[in-house]
Ligand binder design. Structure first.
Ligand SMILES: [Zn+2]
Length: 468
């Protein structure tokens, strides 16, 4: 018997102390993207909620009394991690009244009530898609209740949370009962106070929404960005920044941002920016799928992937057919896009021309890229949007193994904390959060959705049964 990963002393002792309750996933091919290691004919031993060892070509395993999952011909990976989602948004057409106001069709209050009621459904859809952890990078204070609920729900991903977005602009259309997802901050002092207020909720991230426009040039908000990051770091909190312009992104990283939550979409990244990310160890989440989804939905050109059609919430998907909205209730932005879709399509293409090239540049330079979708935004379907993200990452020139690494080991770094250190890899001591595939994703990334079963916290779910 050849041991690839030695048992640690700790787990060796628990292994002998509790001989029952052991599950062995036998005969499959284990793939650990973080190390690039592929172990044929592997036996993955799980006790309780943890992986205790991984062995190649074992003849002594499983032992009598072990529960065995035969994974012959299958491929076992760490569960996927989506590092950019928003639970306060459903992905349906009503979820961003600041973008298209359809309050006359469904009020935002009703939309939020629907979202709250459907949280267990959304959680289950993540598991169905092989996603066992997510980072919610911003929403109302209500977000912290979501994290609590996810933590006490078996069929749910692990959830890391940011609270309200700190910004130079506000979006009052999204405010319910005084709980706003986006808070306008007018001075560095206010920014510092906001961080102190959020710290009480034990956030996984402080989020800055760095919006640049004619009224808000990059330099104007910089002192607030500086104060927020300084205070957050003093309180040992990490900071995630939305900055899609090169200069805003550069400023954010210079000020110490730990995570950039989108691609730079206005310009090619330059050598100085790449070096800055590298020197500072900043992680970047590209969120490619979201860049097409608002526009395609409004222009009535949305074509969901088979995964989204199969595993997305049917009510959310049905709402995205904009032809069903009575003509007199269509806001201007929607009307215009429906009447004349070409400029919308051109703008999406222009964004991708820059963003995909930037992703390739950063990946080649060795920057830590973490997969994320921005799911919850209009047309970006919770869970299954990750498979469109994979297609776009592939289009950018990433290999299947690189995409898988971004979705496991790199994404785990993004998740952070004690949990982040125990997810995203097949190693002894890590949480038994796994996805078992029927075909090899290293051959073709499209196989990443060919899911046989999903293990979360040591509990195995047949993929087909999860949404029943
Ligand atoms: Zn977002």
């Amino acid at each position: 018997m050849k041991r690839f990963l030695a048992l640690t002393a700790l787990f060796a002792s628990t292994a002998f102390a509790t001989p029952s309750g052991t599950t062995v996933i036998a005969n499959g091919t284990a793939i650990d993207p973080g190390t690039g290691k592929i172990i044929p004919n592997a036996a993955i031993i799980v006790q309780g909620d943890r992986i205790t060892s991984i062995v190649e070509n074992s003849t002594e395993i499983p032992k009598k009394g072990d529960s065995v999952i035969d994974a012959k011909g299958k491929f076992i990976l760490p569960g996927y991690i989506d590092t950019h989602v928003h639970f306060f948004q459903s992905g349906d057409i009503y979820t961003r009244p600041d973008a298209v106001d359809l309050n006359t069709v469904r009020s935002y209050k009703d939309e939020h009530a629907w979202i709250e009621k459907n949280l267990p459904d959304v959680f289950a859809r993540y598991l169905r898609c092989g996603i066992t952890s997510v980072v919610d990078v911003g929403g109302p204070l209500w977000n912290f209740k979501v994290r609590k609920l996810a933590n006490s729900t078996a069929k749910a991903p692990r959830v890391a949370i940011a609270g309200p977005l700190i910004s130079s602009v506000s979006r009052t259309q999204l405010e319910l009962n005084g709980d706003a997802p986006i808070v306008k901050i007018d001075s560095p002092e206010q920014g510092t106070q906001m961080v102190q207020k959020l710290e009480r909720e034990k956030p996984d991230y402080i989020k800055i929404w760095y919006i640049v426009n004619a009224d808000n040039p990059v330099e104007k908000f910089r002192p607030t960005v500086h104060a927020v990051i300084a205070e957050a770091h003093r309180l040992k909190l990490r900071v995630a920044v939305h900055a899609t312009e090169l200069e805003a992104a550069r400023t954010s990283v210079e000020e110490g941002a730990d995570l950039l939550v989108h691609s730079v979409t206005d310009k090619p990244v330059d050598d100085a920016f790449v070096k800055l990310l590298k020197d500072k160890g900043t992680i970047l989440t590209p969120t490619l799928v979201v860049f097409e989804r608002y526009g395609l939905t409004f222009a009535n050109k949305l074509e969901l992937t088979p995964e989204e059609k199969a595993w997305g919430n049917p009510e959310v998907i049905a709402s995205l057919d904009v032809t069903k909205i009575p003509e007199e209730k269509r806001p201007d932005r929607l009307k215009k896009a429906m009447e004349n879709p070409q400029p919308v399509l051109d703008s999406i293409q222009k964004t991708y021309d820059v963003a995909l090239k930037n992703l390739k540049t950063l990946e080649d330079a060795g920057i830590t890229i973490a997969t994320g979708t921005d799911a919850g935004n209009i047309g970006t379907i919770h869970g299954s949007a990750i498979y469109r993200e994979f297609q776009l990452m592939k289009q950018a020139g990433l290999t299947p193994m690189q995409i898988l690494q971004c979705t496991t080991a790199n994404a785990a770094k993004t998740f952070g904390g004690e949990t982040g250190a125990k997810i995203g890899s097949l190693q002894p001591g890590y949480y038994a959060d796994l996805v078992i595939l029927k075909s090899n994703p290293v051959d073709d990334i499209k196989n990443a959705s060919d899911i046989d079963s999903v293990m979360k916290n040591g509990v195995i779910y047949q993929a087909d049964s999860i949404l029943k």
